[in-house]
Design a protein around this ligand. Structure first.
Ligand SMILES: *Cc1c(COP(=O)(O)O)cnc(C)c1O
Length: 394
């Protein structure tokens, strides 16, 4: 097989071998249902507890505040729908942003259309940052929830979460954050940051797919989401995904232990890649904040080019990248995030996201940028837009 250069770690990551090893016995040997009473199932029960502890440790949370779900999308749905249900007599207003993941945006639209919610979608600045003044101005006596993502999955911008948490707390409003891109990637402390609820997903941090959690601060009023058995302190029914949870725990522990070194290494490679692209390819714009940025995110708009053609040509060299978020490929509309930071449609269409992992090497980056340069030249030669532009320059 041709060598793959995987630069789409914001879409999903490779399950770490240590994670797979830790999971296997819970399929083959210790397969008992954690709710059963016999000794045999105690192993599964203990494994759940241990994983819960490892995950809580990443956030400075308590074990009992971690509620496992089937992934990030479910955690986001739960936080919004069940908070709205629990508090709708108090108020019907939710504040979020225009750059959230669709798991938040489409849930908000559902609540708006079908449940009588009023939603404020905050604008962001040209780097994708929420303005705290806008947030303060949006708060009304009806506001019951603020949901703002920790870090954006397309442009990598990290929001001022501690400041947002402070504003929410001062106003007695619950604060949820979609931290799927940030959990165990950057330091998070739910107490210092006044976070009441937080969503995460294992497959974005080298854990398995189909398992996530919602952190719910003790005392927060929220309805249960899946009704049935008494699992997850009666708030999320269904026999626990024991192997998945075990894998998640190990992935979280690994990510926490390697965080500092990984941030340093990825940040250096990220900035090296951005610098090479900016100096060697003309008419390029870097999207997202340059400093308040996920260590592994590169997002650039390459003028006069279609992102989809770029992806196909990169793919022919074994390079996996993305032109927006994985969920929006297949749609012709440019990414809502790129439009929200003010990019015109034609520029947004030529955008490329490359997200690194701990395994990405300088050689991978050099190979990718070298290929990208050639591809851009080829595509621009075929672009009537570029031809027009060059004529006007003369
Ligand atoms: C991937 C992602 C999700 C969805 O998580 P799943 O586990 O795939 O459902 C939600 N929010 C953000 C920011 C993401 O990057």
């Amino acid at each position: 097989m041709k060598k793959i250069i995987y630069l789409d770690n914001a879409a999903t990551t490779k399950t770490a071998p240590e994670v797979v090893d830790a999971m296997l016995p819970y399929f083959t040997e210790a397969y008992g249902n954690p709710s059963s009473v016999y000794q045999f199932s105690a192993q599964s029960k203990d494994a759940l507890m241990e994983a819960r502890g490892k995950i809580a440790n990443v956030l400075g949370a308590k074990k009992e505040e971690i509620y496992f779900t089937a992934g990030g999308s479910e955690a986001d749905n739960w936080a919004l729908k069940a908070t709205f249900e629990a508090l709708k007599d108090k108020g019907n207003h939710i504040i979020t942003t225009k750059i959230e993941h669709h798991a938040i945006l489409h849930t908000c639209e559902y609540l708006e259309k079908n449940r009588g919610a009023k939603i404020t979608y905050l604008d962001v600045d040209e780097n994708g940052l929420v303005r705290l003044e806008d947030l303060k101005n949006a708060i009304t006596p009806e506001t019951i929830l603020i949901s703002i993502m920790f870090a954006n999955n397309e442009i990598g911008t990290i929001e001022p979460i501690a400041e947002i948490g402070k504003i929410a707390k001062e106003n007695g409003i619950l604060f949820h954050t979609d931290a799927v891109q940030a959990f165990a990637q950057v330091p998070i402390n739910v107490n210092e940051m006044n976070i009441d609820m937080l969503s995460s997903s294992a497959h974005k941090i080298n854990g398995p797919k189909g398992i996530g959690f919602l952190y719910i601060r003790k005392g927060v009023k929220i309805r249960s989401f899946v009704h049935g058995g008494a699992q997850e302190r009666k708030r999320r029914a269904g026999t626990e995904n024991v192997p998945g949870i075990v894998g998640y725990g190990v992935a979280a522990e690994l990510a926490l232990n390697t965080m500092e070194a990984r941030i340093k290494k990825e940040t250096e490679l990220r900035d090296y890649m951005i610098q090479r692209i900016e100096t060697e390819i003309p008419y390029v714009k870097v999207n997202g904040d340059r400093v308040k940025r996920l260590p592994n995110n590169v997002n650039v708009s390459i003028q006069f080019i279609e992102g989809e053609s770029l992806l196909l040509m990169l793919d022919s060299f074994g390079i996996c990248a993305s032109s927006g978020s994985a969920c929006t490929s297949g749609s012709l509309d440019p990414s809502h995030v790129l439009l929200a930071i003010g990019l015109p449609h034609e520029i947004a269409h030529g955008s490329l996201r490359m997200t690194l992992s701990a395994e990405t090497t300088k050689e991978d980056i050099d190979f990718t940028v070298d290929k990208l340069k050639g591809i851009v030249e080829t595509l621009r030669k075929m672009s009537p837009l570029y031809e027009d532009f060059v004529k006007k320059q003369k």
